[in-house]
Design a protein around this ligand. Structure first.
Ligand code: CA
Length: 270
């Protein structure tokens, strides 16, 4: 267990700049990983580590110098990524912030900004199959960059991925997979691009975000993404974390989310 810890400027010539864990459970909370570097998993690399969790942590400027997952690279591991922020991480190949391999994967209430991948998935690249599904909920992504899909790249069988209550802007390709792949379930998503008909998906006319002082992606009050989410789904997702979205804010002024849930990541009010 890692709690309230800082890992800064560590370097590995192999996997996992700060942490490499196999056949054990990773439980990280309220910690920061800054400017660490490894071949793959610039911050953390885990394999066969069930069930692992990363919560309320920050990953900034970590680098996968010759492989995958600038911040975190997983394989054979179920993992919950909860209420964490990923900024300016970089992978030479895929998964600028997260490269998620086999295993059951959830990403809830996370913020991804300015992450970069050389190939696929500037923010997230996930391997998705029936036995390795992916859920991404109440998460915000802006200005992530990759040669192929700056936002979320779904490898293999995207129909086993569910994306809901997300806000994406400036990723130069928000969600995608290999040519001809099946479609994920996309619902109540606010995106720069038309992603999927129906399901409450919206295309705002301009950038819906305003950056907060600590790397938050707040929503502009008049944005289409406000009061447009799936409240029941958000309640289920935040329930995993033991939180209620109505106690959190998507707004720079700290006003609590009321009425219908807002799309995207939520933030604690100081
Ligand atoms: Ca609301």
């Amino acid at each position: 267990m890692v709690d309230t810890s800082s890992f800064t400027s560590n370097m590995a010539t192999g996997w996992g700049g700060a942490i490499y864990l196999t056949q054990a459970i990773l439980d990280v909370s309220s910690s920061s990983f800054v400017s660490n570097q490894g071949d793959s998993g610039g911050g953390i690399r885990i394999s066969n580590a069930d069930p692992s969790q990363i919560r309320s942590s920050e990953f900034q400027s970590n680098v996968a110098s010759s492989g995958f997952g600038g911040a975190v690279f997983t394989w054979g591991s179920s993992i919950d990524m909860l209420s964490s922020r990923f900024h300016d991480n970089e992978a030479s190949q895929y998964g600028g912030a997260l490269a998620l391999g086999t295993g059951y994967k959830q990403v809830f209430d996370c913020t991804f900004t300015d992450n970069t991948a050389g190939t696929e998935g500037g923010a997230i690249r996930a391997h998705v199959t029936a036995s390795s599904p992916l859920w991404v909920g109440s998460t915000s992504l802006r200005n992530n960059v990759a040669a192929d899909i700056g936002g979320i790249f779904l490898n293999s069988l995207p129909q086993h991925a569910v994306l809901r209550n997300l806000v994406l802007w400036g990723n130069g390709g928000d969600v995608g997979g290999v040519a001809g792949a099946s479609s994920p379930t996309i619902a109540n998503v606010c995106s720069e691009f038309f992603l999927e008909a129906g399901g409450g998906n919206l295309v705002p006319a301009s950038d819906p975000f305003v950056a907060g002082p600590d790397g938050e992606l707040f929503l502009l009050p008049a944005s289409l993404c406000v009061d447009a989410g799936d409240s029941a789904a958000a309640s289920a997702d935040y329930g995993v974390i033991g939180l209620d979205w109505a106690d959190l804010s998507t707004q720079m002024d700290g006003s609590l989310d009321a009425g219908i849930v807002d799309m995207g990541a939520h933030y604690a009010v100081e």
